[in-house]
Ligand binder design. Structure first.
Ligand code: NAD
Ligand code: UDP
Length: 341
């Protein structure tokens, strides 16, 4: 079975490509490398001993997409390609809507033209917004996204529903990720943010490796156990395996059409201070940090009800927090500057 993976050179994409290859799928990666390094794919090939077909291309470029769909017989698409910096999306909303929404519509149009109907979409817990009560369940209505980035995910989920309504052959799975962290256990591939990291774990890891001085903890006056925000962190390899489960689920359920959403999380929330503490254990050193004001748009606490993915996809996150920290540290300490340029 041949799978086109857009954004496959990025953080979650590269780990998923590795899992797909290890499960004997053929993989074509389509990535414009705007936030990735081709070295991730080389390392995935080394780790698996298998080849990936790589095409440098943009999802906004319909001509190149069309060429790819004419050259390869594609069975399914896993769509990671997107811009993901929440803060930046508020200052450059049109760039985010162009890239994420328009790019996805382009991709779907080319898929329809080539009668490729199986689609797995990188959605996010952010689609639940602040209105829903925790833990989030898939039956809840989509919320009011707090950023253009979040809104792009809500819009795409809606577009997928409308497409499925109009085309009875189209089948989409929206995987709503909670907070992916960690790295492959080899320490060869991991998260390599460009510039100052926006997310907690890459920031903590860069402080530990001496690249940054001190972590700012955004807010210690939330109504949580220790006053800092709580999130449902899951290991990126568990997340990667969730995609393999979703592909297998589509394959097995040949009569399914429409759109189905699944939360991918552990069902457990932990705080920023707990993360710092767990990372200190993994790297055997103190992480300098200081409290800073709350970050705009942050919710106090959210986590997944992950029952549906467990029951229907047969998927469950199995790696614990110390494994997530140990693997992050292995990747960061082996590659203090990220992938070589
Ligand atoms: P990433 O930036 O590492 O990966 C995205 C990849 O897409 C990159 O390789 C980038 O070069 C590529 N890309 C971006 N725009 C493109 C375009 N127009 N054409 C072709 N390629 C393009 O990010 P990630 O963390 O691996 O996220 C993957 C997906 O998961 C994204 O859709 C993101 O929104 C979603 N997601 C991520 C998180 C998270 O915390 N990392 C949480 C929820 C959802
Ligand atoms: N966070 C922090 N300092 C940072 C980055 C993040 O205290 O430098 C906190 C942030 O306020 C949130 C949690 O860590 O409570 C997770 O943030 P991240 O950006 O990783 O994920 P998301 O906001 O998407 O849940």
């Amino acid at each position: 079975m041949k799978i086109l993976v857009t954004g496959g050179a990025g953080y979650i994409g590269s780990h998923t490509v590795l899992s797909l290859l290890n499960n004997d799928f053929d993989v074509i990666v389509y990535d414009n490398l705007s936030n990735a390094n081709i070295e991730s794919i080389r390392r995935v090939e080394n780790l698996t001993g298998k080849k990936v077909s790589f095409i440098k291309g943009d999802i906004q470029d319909k001509a190149t997409l069309t060429k790819v769909f004419s050259e390869f017989v594609i069975d399914a698409v896993i769509h990671f390609a997107a811009l993901k910096a929440v803060g930046e999306s508020s200052t450059l909303p049109l760039k985010y809507y162009q890239n994420n929404v328009h790019g996805t519509l382009n991709l779907l149009e080319v898929m329809m033209a080539f009668r490729v109907y199986d689609f797995i979409f990188s959605s996010s817990a952010t689609v639940y917004g602040g209105e829903n009560v925790v833990p989030y369940e898939e039956t809840m209505p989509l919320g009011e996204a707090s950023s253009p980035y979040g809104a792009s995910k809500v819009m795409i989920e809606r577009a997928l529903k409308d497409l499925a309504q109009a085309n009875s052959e189209f089948r989409a799975v929206c995987l709503r990720y909670f907070n992916p962290i960690g790295a492959h256990e080899s320490g060869d591939i991991g998260e390599d943010p460009k510039g100052i990291p926006n997310n907690l774990l890459p920031y903590v890891a860069q402080v530990a490796v001496g690249k940054r001085e001190s972590l700012q903890v955004f807010g210690n006056d939330y109504s949580t156990q220790d006053g800092t925000c709580e999130r449902d962190y899951l290991h990126v390899m568990d997340l990667a395996e969730g995609h393999v489960s979703a592909v297998n689920w589509l394959k097995k359920n040949s009569s399914f059409t429409g759109v189905e959403a699944f939360n991918l999380g552990t069902g457990r929330a932990i705080s920023v201070l707990e993360i710092i503490n767990a990372f200190e254990q993994a790297c055997q050193q103190k992480i300098p940090y200081h409290f800073a004001p709350r970050r705009y748009g942050d919710l106090p606490a959210f986590w997944a009800n992950a029952e549906k993915a467990n029951k229907q996809l047969g998927w469950k996150a199995t790696r614990n927090i110390s494994q997530m920290m140990a693997d992050t540290w292995r990747w960061q300490s082996n590659n203090p500057q990220g992938y070589p340029n």
